[in-house]
Design a protein around this ligand. Sequence first.
Ligand SMILES: Cc1cc2nc3c(=O)[nH]c(=O)nc-3n(C[C@H](O)[C@H](O)[C@H](O)COP(=O)(O)O)c2cc1C
Length: 187
Amino acid sequence: MDALEAIFKRRSIRSFKDIELENERIIQLLKAGTSAPTAVNAQPWEFVVVTEKAILKQLREKLVFARYEAPCSIVVCGNMKLALKGQEKDLWIEDCSAATENMLIAATSIGLGSLWIGIYPVASRMSTVRRILNMPEEVIPLNMVYFGYPNEIKEGRTRYDEKHIYWQTYEPDRKHKTKHKPVIGHY
Ligand SMILES: Cc1cc2nc3c(=O)[nH]c(=O)nc-3n(C[C@H](O)[C@H](O)[C@H](O)COP(=O)(O)O)c2cc1C
């Protein structure tokens, strides 16, 4: 599958087959993640791979918006000791997000399903993940991504919409509805 096909095909999968994810697959995902661009090549990212059923259960039970059963979860974190300083500090969020999306697209391309669960900046979600996974203060869990063999089929699609596109400069006077209704029932 080429990159564009995987990008268009990727969807959030919330039902996974009860099949373990092989370590070599997990390493492939991590290699894809760590191929992402990172500001000043700082690589402030860290990844906690969870495949132990007992820990997955705890995460599922304590995080209501993440109550899906998957054989593997990778928590993408920013380590503030590795992050840039001053005004550039928050670039870790962009680095870790780029790594996350790379993993999602890689997963689709090798026949896996994935689901991005947002953790940062919601304090209660962060403290729950930190507690369960024994993370120190300087490590910030940005998100948690479920991976596994998909047990549901979703059509790929793009949401390309000219209303969201400006050419050359922004047009503050352009009148249109930009806010999409949130999709209820996902969490
Ligand atoms: C930052 C972020 C946080 C998200 N958090 C959750 C979540 O907590 N629970 C969940 O089920 N899906 C979560 N999602 C997945 C979105 O609901 C999903 O991407 C969106 O509905 C679009 O569907 P699609 O991924 O199939 O294109 C999150 C996605 C992003 C990018």
